[in-house]
Design a protein around this ligand. Structure first.
Ligand SMILES: NC(=O)c1ccc[n+]([C@@H]2O[C@H](COP(=O)([O-])OP(=O)(O)OC[C@H]3O[C@@H](n4cnc5c(N)ncnc54)[C@H](O)[C@@H]3O)[C@@H](O)[C@H]2O)c1
Length: 363
């Protein structure tokens, strides 16, 4: 009998991708990390630094740099997508809509054609839209494609509650639901501390549990942008959110996590990827755990689903088979009229005949 290594691929080695690799390495989740990026010097530097750091990992880890040889990721168990252009999301995550929807069309189909049958964990924004694009291009069942979604926002909520109550986050169950974006909602009715509902605790011990829910909701909703203001990215919490999901897959945990997953009638919603608590295991994501929400929460969640559907509608339709072979051209978005949002900067990756690398030519 041979025991195979746990192989994790990462596409995109800007801020987030290398932090995901580092988390996977230092938490002993991955045996091999395979990196791809169109920025050759960045991915080369990250592979070098990570391999050097692997000396201090709890077990042997090897890091490979495949540049844009995406097919090399086909034998991975899980691939994390962190390809993006984060400055386009400086005001809202929809700023990357056109750029990142286009990016995934440059590599997901190629990896699929090379025989990938594992799992995709998407970090890239707008998370719910890009997760759906990866699903369409990969040809994999919906259970094999998930996004980090509100895993990070739920961590932000738990962190805020933990600081307000002085209770450890592990003892707190709390979820942000819906879009990984400004339309998401906190499911306050489902918050519990070691199994006891928040509402009961707030009544019996208001000094500890009678905190300002609106203020903590705001921290979960805006925390990413507070980080972004200071350092023009977020890294640690998102990397650990992605690593948590990867760990649940490779260790067959059957743990319920808030992740971006396909809804097929749950919560009265069908045909979209959006975040709700769902089981994650070596079979992928599902089933979804349906919370009993208040009417107000249900309405907020439905509005968030509508927001994600509106984003789907902004992308031009495309034939999956064609998109696998030749990346499609996406028209300019007047609301985010930026050469980067039109993909001009990834001309190097796709060939100038498809995406002009000259910003003027892209107009
Ligand atoms: N889901 C979340 O909670 C969350 C949190 C933080 C960041 N993000 C998102 O993750 C993505 C990455 O963030 P970042 O800060 O690392 O961004 P970044 O701009 O620093 O890095 C993105 C990297 O992707 C690479 N890239 C672009 N096109 C590519 C392609 N076709 N193939 C391979 N690589 C490609 C770029 O060269 C760059 O190195 C962004 O979309 C960002 O908005 C999501």
């Amino acid at each position: 009998m041979t025991i195979g290594p746990v192989r994790i691929g990462i596409v995109g080695t800007g801020h987030v991708g290398p932090h995901v690799a580092y988390s996977l390495m230092m938490q002993g989740i991955a045996d091999e990390v395979h990196l791809c990026d169109v920025n050759d010097s960045k991915v080369t530097a990250e592979a070098q630094d990570l391999n050097d750091a692997s000396v201090f990992a709890p077990h042997r880890v090897r890091v490979w740099n495949h540049h844009t040889d995406y097919e090399a990721l086909a034998s991975c168990d899980v691939i994390v997508n962190a390809a993006g252009h984060v400055t386009l999301s400086s005001k809202d995550r929809d700023g990357e809509l056109y750029a990142t929807a286009r990016m995934v069309r440059t590599f997901v189909g190629r990896i699929a054609a090379a025989g990938f049958t594992g799992f995709w964990v998407n970090v890239t924004n707008p998370n719910d839209v890009v997760t759906r694009e990866i699903h369409r291009l990969s040809g994999l069942p919906a259970s094999h494609v998930m996004g980090t979604g509100t895993c990070l926002d739920s961590a932000r909520l738990r962190s805020a509650i933990a600081l307000a109550t002085d209770v450890a986050p592990e003892s707190i169950v709390a979820y942000m639901l819906g879009e990984h974006g400004f339309s998401e909602i906190p499911a306050w009715s489902a918050v519990s501390f070691a199994g006891k509902p928040l509402a009961q605790l707030a009544a019996s011990d208001p000094d500890r549990y009678g905190f300002d829910k609106a203020e903590l909701s705001e921290q979960a909703l805006r925390g990413g942008y507070w980080c972004y203001t200071g350092k023009h990215c977020t890294e640690y919490a998102i990397a650990n959110s992605a690593a948590r999901i990867v760990r649940a897959i490779v260790h067959d945990e059957h743990v319920v996590l808030p992740v971006c997953t396909y809804l097929d009638g749950e919560y009265g919603q069908r045909g979209l990827f959006i975040s709700v608590p769902a089981m994650v295991s070596a079979q992928g994501v599902g089933p979804v755990t349906e919370l009993t929400l208040t009417e107000e929460e249900q309405a907020g969640f439905a509005a968030s689903c509508d927001k994600v559907r509106a984003n789907y509608a902004k992308l031009p339709p495309f034939a999956v088979e064609d998109a696998r072979r030749v990346p499609v051209t996406i028209p300019a978005d007047p609301a985010h009229d930026d050469v980067y949002a039109r993909g001009g900067f990834i001309g190097i990756a796709c060939g100038p005949e498809v995406f002009p690398s000259d910003p003027q030519a892209a107009r």
